[in-house]
Structure formats: C-alpha cells, structure tokens
Write a protein that binds this ligand. Sequence first.
Ligand SMILES: [Zn+2]
Length: 144
Amino acid sequence: MQNSEFTNKCPNCNAVMTHDKMSEMLICDYCGTIIKVAESDEVKTARIQAQARKEADIEKQKIESEYNARQQEINLKHEQIDLKKEEINKGIETIRTGAHMIDQGAQIANTASRIIKMIVALAAISVIIFVILLVGCIAKGVLG
Ligand SMILES: [Zn+2]
C-alpha cells in the first residue's frame, strides 16, 4: 500500500493502525476499527506544497525534454545545411573545372583554325607562284 503508513494504535485492540492518506482514515488491520482523522493545516499545507513542487518538477522536465528535442532537431538541420553547402561548393568547383576545360578547348580550336588558315594561305601562294612560273615557261617557249 503506497498511500499507507503506520501511525496510531487501535483504541479497541491496541494493534498498529494503518493511515490511509487518500480517505484520511486510520484503519485497524486486525479488528477493522476505522477512525476518521482530520489533517492539520500544517500537514495540509505541506502536502499541497509538495504536490505543487512535484507538478512543477514534472512540468520543468517536460519543458526541458522538449527543449532538448528541439535543440537536437536544430542541430540536425544545421548538419543538413552544412552538407548541402558542401554539395553546392563541390558543384561550383565542378562547374569551374568544366569552364576551364571549355576555355582550353576553345583556345585549341582557335590555334587549329589559325594553322588551317595559314596552310590554306600558303597553298594559295604556292598555286599563284606555280601559275606565274608556268606562264613564264610557256612565254619563254613561245618567244624563244
Ligand atoms: Zn483494532
């Protein structure tokens, strides 16, 4: 019995009586005598205060555990944000590398196109020189 404690002696049989706090009664377990007892103001105040303290403690614990749960949620969110940041930074790095590669490719293409233009120009000059020489030879043959 959690709400019971041993206090008085039974006026009928002198056995120890059990104090039932819930019903405010002294009960003799031996002969069944029941005595109603009034709680003193001091006891009543102490009981109310103890109850209030207990409730406040429970409320405090509830708030603390809620706070801790929120804090854990916030920490988790922060970790997720950090991970996202890392991913974004990696993406930016990849884009930068890609842009650099495109730049290099464009430079190579530029150089190649310049070389091709030079080859075409050289070929054209060669053809012109060849034609001039040919015309010269023909002229020489006709004249001389
Ligand atoms: Zn008794």
